[in-house]
Structures are given as structure tokens and as C-alpha cells.
Design a binder for this molecule. Structure first.
Ligand code: AMP
Length: 661
């Protein structure tokens, strides 16, 4: 049986004396250490010195923006030292993140696959990024969004997508997109490409980051670093590249189907995510839909007619997108749909999309509130995503923050350009900078009473290493269950379980004696490795945390918010749990002591002890922290004199006939 692990705070320090005589000497001892060290990581034949960020290799490392709608690849040009997006002979940099499977199993990725979206919806997979690291449960509320078949097994295991007879994981599907990007880069650069930096949203959790990394590996890429998209966008503008630079940045990312706002703090090259907010189902596609609906009404087309006529639906949608793009640089748009003239002016379009833009501003306000900042405290606003080209979006954001925007770079390319800058730093070409990311949520393990014991706090720099010693709670306990959690709440039940493993085979020892060191190591990609070692016997066990299922973006935000709203409750609960844990430990050892040494105690001592024990049990029952603490102290006061007397007598016994020098 594996018992709950017991943290050594205020634990009874139990001395082994003669035949394991139990003596009660209470200490408050917290044995922990935290060490941040420079690591030297080896990856295949390439070595990265994390301390300097340099990497000994001649090969070009590419930066990849693996997007929900489009993906692209960028490098830093060695001559100009400028990042550029790689352009095929067709002049395009964007590769639609769409994968099509024909009946023979041939795979097409990109624009050619997009052409088949309407014709073969069940064989054409889009928006796979929304499914990365998620279970069906996580995405079930948005299942209608996907025209292809997402397997509904309603379990916690990762989702699968069915195409014909075959099943694919989001990791495999993403790997097809990455493979296409790799081939493109090799074709354009005329050299093999095997190393990359890939970007992910700041709110991606460990499961989603791990899934992205695995997709890279499947595509034959060594993923040297997973970088947050807002971090990359800032880097593309050179923000955070100067030594001693301190800035607070808002990165506003409005794409085709998603909206993210991230508030970052840059201090000497360290990017800290202060808050993230957004809407995973809000973007340029909603503007297209708003305009299409407007025309539908003008043209008197009923919903039923539209449902029947797929080609008309498609034509409306495509023309609406065309109009939106046209209006970014013109004042009026005119076209012909099904032989009928349609038109829209810029003011009319603005009126249609104003509610959508307003929703993004509400998210900006929420992000600022979560970061504890006023909008005047934001030093720079970086614009990302194709939909930030809409003039109304730019004007509204400029007005809201009261500052000029960083919007000169192509908003579709800016994240990939920043990934290329990061890749260049890893390649050792920018010797000044070491870029570090931070953990989005705290990481820790479950201790007695279901408490969360944080080993690596939220917003810690990565790579990171932390360790702490724990001990057993019961005599002869031979195993410990190590449960790893992510989150900000004091009770693990309110946080998210990442993994669990057991350390078995601890040799029989009295409670409190084994020393189990639990270590957390987060590598440069944010992947967590947890190990546990019993120091007296040397037995150990470790696990790489590959969580079974992910959190929705809303859940990550909610977890952070909950930790703020419940902070007071959590503190009180923690104090109560700690007091009860200590009290139960005290009751346990006192009971054992009485059982073993009852004859050596006076009748009155036994009775007072039993009375104090009863008081303590009652205090535990009514869950009153102060009463629990007082009753624990009272029991300690009652038992200490005779415990010391018995120990002295045992010592004398043991020393009989021996000379003391
Ligand atoms: P992303 O997801 O960042 O690739 O952004 C794609 C979105 O940007 C789509 O909704 C496009 O319609 C939109 N978009 C691209 N170009 C423009 C433009 N010139 N004006 C307005 N929206 C655009």
C-alpha cells in the first residue's frame, strides 16, 4: 500500500534509540533546498550551453510559426542579420495549416489542401492546433466547429481524428504540416534542415507544448526550443534584445479564428508572462460571417436556401473575405454574387465589426486587470495576426492604449520572424543575449492532507531545477506515491494533475526517518522531469511528465483567476490542514508510546494524557484550527516530562556497566 507522502514541516523528529524506542521531540524542520544552476545540455551531436545560449553548429536553424490557420518558416539572413520569411517561387510565405488525405492515402498540405475543404470536408483537416494535447472532453463543447470526424470516446485520452479507415492524432497531423515546411525550407535554402524553434501560444500548457515538440520530432526536426508566440513577436521588433532593458509589453494577436492578448514583462532578456486573455473562437472569420450575413439579409436569402445551396454559401463567405481585405486599403467594395450586385463601404463594414472589436478590448481590460497594471503602464503594443490589418482594429487599439503601435512588420509573419531571431541566438550568432521563458503555472506535488507543495513557482525562468526532501508518515512505510500537479491553489483538488508515480521498496524504517528527495527539472523546452530518491537506501524512480490530457485555454485562465479569488480561503484551509496533520501525527506517536510504556507511567499521567488526546480529537472533529493547535500543545506539554523520564531511564539501562570517558 502506498501512503500519502508527508512533508517534513513540523514533523516529529524521531530518534532511533535501543530497540527503536520512540521518543517524541517535536521540531519544526523544513529541509528544502532550491538550486538554480547552469546546465549543459546535450542533444544528439549538438551541444547547447544554456548559460551562454550558444550552440556549436554550422547548420541553419529555422524559426517556425505553427499556426491555427497558416504556418510559415523564417530564418535570419547571415549577410544582413535580418530575419526573413521564406518565400516559395509562387511568392507566398504562408502555408495554410490544412492537411488533405485522398482515398489512396496520399497526403497534401497547404493551399492545394485548402482547395478541397468544401469538396471533401471529411478528408480535409484544418485547425488541428485547437486539438493539440487535448482530450475529447476538452473539445466536446466545440465539436460542431470541426467538419471532420473527431472521435468521441469521451475519455481523458488524447483525441484522434478519423479519416476513412485511418485514425490520426493531432501530433501526427501537425507533423505533416511541419514536414511540408521543412521540405519547403530545404528546397528554398538548398540545404538539409534538421533543427528548429517552434512557437506556441503563451497559455499552452505542458501537454500542448509536449505535443508540439513531438510533432516536430515526428517531422524529423530537432526542436531546440518552444517559444511563446508573444515573446517571438516582441523579438521580431527587437524588443527585449538589449541588455538592461526593462519593458512591459502588450501583444495583441487577432488571427482568422482566435484572439489572444498577452501582457509580458521583459527584464534583461527574460520574458515573463504577466497575464493572458482572449477568445479562442473570435477572429477575422467572424468579420467575414458578419458581412456575409449582412448581404444575405440584403439579398433576401433564407437560412434554408443557404443550407441547401453550398456553393452560394461558399461564394458569400469568399466574397466577404475579399471585401474585408479590400477595405483595409480602400473605401468601397463592389462585386457580383450569383448575378446580383453587392457592395459595402468602409463605414458600413466598421459598424458591422465594431462589436467584435469591442470584445477584444474587453479582453485587453481583463488582461491588464490580471496583470495588476493600468494601460498607461504598457510601454509597447505589438500587433500580430492578419486581422490587425483592419483599420478599425488598429484605430481602436491605438485609442485604447493611447500609444503608437508596433505594426510595421507583416502581421502574418511577425511570430515566425521572432522565432528565427531566437533560433539565431541559439545558434550562437547573437552572443549578447540569452533568452529565457518562464513557467505559466506553478508546479508541485501533493503532500499530507491534499495540500499542494510548490517546487517551481509560476513565472520561474526555464530551464529550472528544484528539489525538496520529504519523509514517510507511517512506521515501516515501504512506498510513496508522488503526484505531480500544476496550478495556483493550495489544495491539489483545485489544481490539475499532471502525473503520478510510485517510489516502491523503501526499507522498513520508523516514520520520519527515510529521506526522500523529490527533484523537478524543466528543460529548455518547458518539459518537466520528476524524480524521487530515498537517500538512505539509494532507491529511485523518475518520470517524464507527458500529461494525458490538456486544459482548455479558458481553464488555464480560470485557474489563475481562481487562485486570486480564493487566496484567503486557501490560506485558511492550508493552515487548518497543516494543524490537523501535525495533530494526527502527535496522536499517533502518543498512542504508540502509551502502548509500549504504560507500566512505566503513573495512573494520573495516563489519565491526563487520555483526556488531552480526547480534547485534541474533538478539536480535529470540529475543524477549528486554533483549538487544534492549543490541544496539540497541551498534549505535548503533558507527554514531554514522562517521555524524557522514560528516555533517561532507557539511556541509563543501556549505559550500565559501560565507562563514560
Ligand atoms: P492569421 O490567422 O493570422 O493568418 O490571419 C488570418 C486572418 O487575417 C483571416 O481572417 C484573413 O481574412 C485576415 N486578413 C488577411 N489579410 C487581411 C487584410 N488585408 N485585411 C483584413 N484582414 C486580413
Amino acid at each position: 500500500m502506498f501512503l500519502q507522502i508527508y512533508k517534513t514541516f513540523s514533523a516529529a523528529a524521531i530518534e532511533l534509540f535501543n530497540a527503536c524506542l520512540l521518543l517524541i521531540v517535536y521540531h519544526v524542520c523544513l529541509i528544502n533546498y532550491l538550486c538554480n544552476s547552469n546546465l549543459y545540455l546535450s542533444m544528439g551531436k549538438v551541444a547547447i550551453n544554456i548559460a551562454t545560449g550558444s550552440l556549436q553548429t554550422e547548420e541553419t536553424i529555422v524559426g517556425i510559426d505553427l499556426g491555427t490557420t497558416n504556418s510559415l518558416i523564417a530564418i535570419v539572413r547571415q549577410d544582413s542579420r535580418q530575419p526573413i520569411a521564406l518565400r516559395e517561387t509562387d511568392g507566398l510565405t504562408l502555408v495554410p495549416s490544412i492537411v488533405h488525405f485522398d482515398k489512396e492515402g496520399n497526403i497534401t498540405v497547404g493551399s492545394a489542401a485548402r482547395e478541397l475543404l468544401v469538396q471533401e470536408p471529411e478528408r480535409t483537416i484544418y485547425s488541428v492546433k485547437r486539438l493539440m494535447g487535448k482530450s475529447y472532453k476538452d473539445v466536446s463543447s466545440h465539436a460542431d466547429f470541426f467538419a471532420y470526424k473527431v472521435i468521441d470516446d469521451n475519455t481523458d485520452t488524447l483525441v484522434k481524428i478519423q479519416v476513412g479507415e485511418k485514425f490520426y492524432s493531432p501530433i501526427e497531423l501537425s507533423s505533416f504540416i511541419l514536414k511540408e515546411l521543412k521540405h519547403r525550407a530545404e528546397h528554398i535554402l538548398k540545404m538539409p534542415i534538421s533543427k528548429a524553434v517552434i512557437t506556441v501560444p503563451a497559455y499552452f500548457n505542458d501537454a500542448q507544448r509536449q505535443a508540439t515538440r513531438d510533432a516536430g520530432r515526428l517531422a524529423g526536426l530537432d526542436v531546440l526550443r518552444i517559444v511563446n508566440e508573444p515573446t517571438a513577436a516582441s523579438l521580431a521588433y527587437g524588443l527585449g534584445l538589449k541588455a538592461n532593458e526593462e519593458k512591459t509589453i502588450a501583444v495583441y494577436d487577432l488571427g482568422g479564428g482566435t484572439f489572444d492578448i498577452s501582457v509580458l514583462k521583459i527584464t534583461n532578456g527574460i520574458f515573463e508572462v504577466l497575464s493572458t486573455n482572449g477568445d479562442t473562437y473570435l477572429g477575422g472569420d467572424d468579420m467575414d460571417r458578419a458581412l456575409a450575413a449582412h448581404w444575405q439579409l440584403q439579398m433576401n436569402i433564407s437560412d434554408d436556401e443557404l443550407k441547401q445551396n453550398k456553393s452560394l454559401t461558399q461564394q458569400l463567405r469568399v466574397t466577404a473575405e475579399e471585401a474585408k481585405k479590400h477595405l483595409s486599403n480602400n473605401d468601397i467594395f463592389e462585386a457580383d454574387i450569383n448575378g446580383r450586385k453587392v457592395s459595402i463601404t468602409k463605414p458600413e463594414f466598421n459598424k458591422l465589426v465594431q462589436p467584435l472589436v469591442d470584445r477584444t478590448i474587453t479582453s485587453c481590460k481583463n488582461a491588464l486587470r490580471d496583470a495588476g497594471l493600468k494601460k498607461e503602464q504598457i510601454d509597447a503594443i505589438v500587433m500580430v495576426g492578419g486581422s490587425t490589418r483592419v483599420p478599425l482594429v488598429k484605430e481602436s487599439i491605438r485609442d485604447f492604449f493611447g500609444k503608437e503601435l508596433f505594426d510595421q512588420l507583416n502581421p502574418d509573419e511577425v511570430v515566425a520572424l521572432g522565432a528565427a531571431v531566437q533560433a539565431d541566438i541559439l545558434a550562437g550568432n547573437n552572443t549578447e543575449m540569452l533568452l529565457l521563458d518562464v513557467t505559466p503555472l506553478s508546479l508541485g506535488i501533493e503532500t499530507m492532507g491534499g495540500l499542494m507543495d510548490v517546487l517551481i513557482p509560476r513565472n520561474s525562468k526555464i530551464p529550472n531545477k528544484a528539489g525538496r526532501q520529504y519523509t514517510t508518515q507511517k512506521d515501516g512505510q515501504s512506498g510513496m506515491r508522488i503526484s505531480v500537479y500544476q496550478g495556483e491553489r493550495d489544495l491539489v483538488q483545485d489544481n490539475r494533475k499532471l502525473a503520478e508515480f510510485s517510489l516502491a521498496g523503501i526499507p522498513g524504517m520508523p516514520a520520519g526517518l527515510p529521506k526522500v528527495e523529490v527533484s523537478f527539472l524543466i528543460d529548455a523546452d518547458g518539459i518537466l522531469k520528476v524524480s524521487a530518491k530515498e537517500l538512505r537506501s539509494g532507491i529511485q524512480q523518475s518520470i517524464e511528465v507527458k500529461p494525458q490530457y490538456g486544459l482548455t485555454d479558458e481553464e488555464v485562465e480560470k485557474m489563475l483567476l481562481d487562485s486570486l479569488t480564493h487566496a484567503k480561503d486557501d490560506m485558511q484551509t492550508r493552515a487548518l490542514v497543516e494543524a490537523i496533520t501535525e495533530a494526527e501525527q502527535m496522536l499517533d506517536v502518543t498512542e504508540k508510546f502509551l502502548a509500549k510504556h504504560r507500566e512505566e507511567l503513573a495512573e494520573e499521567e495516563v489519565n491526563t494524557t487520555l483526556g488531552s488526546m480526547q480534547m485534541l480529537r474533538e478539536a480535529i472533529y470540529i475543524k477549528d484550527k486554533d483549538r487544534v493547535q492549543h490541544a496539540t500543545e497541551a498534549l505535548n506539554d503533558v507527554s514531554r516530562p514522562y517521555a524524557e523520564r522514560v528516555m533517561d531511564a532507557a539511556l541509563k539501562d543501556a549505559m550500565k556497566g559501560k565507562k563514560v570517558i
